[in-house]
Design a protein around this ligand. Structure first.
Ligand SMILES: [Zn+2]
Length: 123
C-alpha cells in the first residue's frame, strides 16, 4: 500500500497537468519551426542556406524527440495517479521517496534501481 498524502498527490497531479500543457505547446512550436515541415519557411530562405535548414531540422528532431519522451512520461505518471500506482518503483515495487517524486514527478524507479539502471556493474 502506497502512502502518498492526498495533498501531495494532488499537488503533483496539478504540476504534471501543467507540464503536459507546456510540452504540447512546445511540440507545436517546434514543429512549426522545422523548415522541413514548414514549406513557407523553406521557400523564403536564400540559396546556400541548405545547411542551415539541415542543421535546424536536425536540432528540431532531437528536441521533438525529447518533448515526446517527456509527454510519454507525463502521461504514464498521470495514469499511475489514476490507478493508485503512483510512486511505485517499476523495478522493485517499493515506494519511491516522496522527495524524489516531488523533484522528478515522472520518475519510474527508486533511487537505488535507477542507479543500477544507469550505472550497470562493470564486467
Ligand atoms: Zn526500485
Amino acid at each position: 500500500m502506497l502512502n502518498f498524502p492526498k495533498k501531495t498527490l494532488k499537488f503533483i497531479k496539478r504540476h504534471l497537468l501543467r507540464q503536459q500543457k507546456e510540452v504540447e505547446k512546445n511540440l507545436k512550436e517546434v514543429s512549426e519551426d522545422d523548415p522541413v515541415k514548414s514549406p513557407a519557411l523553406a521557400e523564403t530562405s536564400e540559396p546556400g542556406t541548405d545547411s542551415y535548414i539541415a542543421d535546424t531540422h536536425a536540432k528540431t528532431v532531437v528536441l521533438e524527440q525529447q518533448l515526446r519522451n517527456a509527454k510519454t512520461g507525463i502521461r504514464a505518471a498521470l495514469l499511475k495517479i489514476k490507478n493508485g500506482a503512483y510512486g511505485k518503483c517499476e523495478k522493485c515495487g517499493n515506494q519511491i521517496e516522496i522527495g524524489r517524486m516531488l523533484a522528478m514527478p515522472t520518475a519510474q524507479y527508486c533511487v537505488s534501481c535507477s542507479k543500477k539502471k544507469f550505472n550497470p556493474p562493470r564486467r
